[in-house]
Design a protein around this ligand. Structure first.
Ligand SMILES: Nc1ncnc2c1ncn2[C@@H]1O[C@H](COP(=O)(O)OP(=O)(O)O)[C@@H](O)[C@H]1O
Ligand SMILES: [Mg+2]
Length: 231
């Protein structure tokens, strides 16, 4: 099957003058199939955020190629990458990144407006799906951390993206709340066939994935499927 994400010999050097040893990514070759739930597992500094930023087209590789749904990100250009991001990708971050001056509803609705489908009922439905009906008019600071992350999940899922990229999605939550958030996020993605990539340094997150990609010093050094993990 055609992978939904493919990288070929992907390198990222933030400091062009330094050698290969200081590169944040050192030749990553990935194939991720549509609908897979993947944990990108590695210590702080191993390159997870760098890789997600490149996959999202938010930053550009020093070398190598990225294809998202068969499209080469470089040849899409800046405008094409922005369009792809708004319509086909969803994001969930460690610190939720909600807009503080917008209500819960408006945070979710904005994502739809940017995707070019301003459907108010879809926004309400996404908030129901994450269990936040009744809290539409609250502001982010009036919610708990777990609730804020559920708004972020609603904001990502509402546009029915092909891919959700989550960077340390439970990094700011206690274990119990984190489990509930992961259950919701991974469950929803499986149900809708959405590809989910979660960058994490927590083994807990890996339990919710079909496949674990282990990152060390800018390389993916090990791949394990969910079944192997349990033995
Ligand atoms: N904007 C940046 N400028 C320079 N170096 C960076 C930048 N972002 C990340 N790095 C470096 O790249 C490496 C990988 O970082 P990062 O992708 O943030 O890893 P992780 O998300 O796994 O913690 C680290 O050595 C980090 O210091
Ligand atoms: Mg990171």
């Amino acid at each position: 099957m055609e992978p939904v994400i493919r990288t070929i010999d992907l390198w990222k050097r933030y400091n062009q003058t330094e050698g290969n040893n200081s590169a944040a990514l050192r030749g990553i070759n990935l194939r991720i199939a549509a609908g897979e739930v993947v944990a990108l597992y590695g210590k702080s500094g191993s390159g997870k955020t760098t890789l997600l930023n490149l996959l999202a087209g938010l930053d550009r590789p020093t070398q190598g190629r990225i294809e998202v749904e068969g499209q080469d990100l470089e040849s899409l250009g800046e405008a094409g990458r922005t369009r792809l991001r708004r319509k086909r990708l969803g994001f969930v971050f460690q610190f939720f990144n909600l807009l503080p001056t917008l209500t819960v509803f408006e945070n979710v609705f904005l994502s739809l407006e940017l995707a070019g489908k301003p459907d108010r009922e879809a926004a309400r439905e996404a908030l129901r799906a994450v269990g936040l009906d009744g809290k539409e008019r609250r502001f982010p600071h009036e919610l708990s951390g777990g609730e804020q992350q559920r708004v972020a999940i609603a904001r990502a899922i509402v546009k029915e993206p092909a891919i959700i990229l989550a960077d340390e999605p439970t990094g700011n939550l206690d274990t119990h709340t984190g489990e509930r958030v992961l259950d919701l996020l991974a469950g929803r993605c499986r149900h809708h066939g959405t590809t989910l990539i979660m960058a994490t340094h927590s083994p807990l997150t890996c339990r919710f994935a079909d496949r674990m990609l282990r990152m060390v010093d800018g390389l993916v050094i090990e791949e394990r499927s969910g079944e192997e993990k349990q033995t």
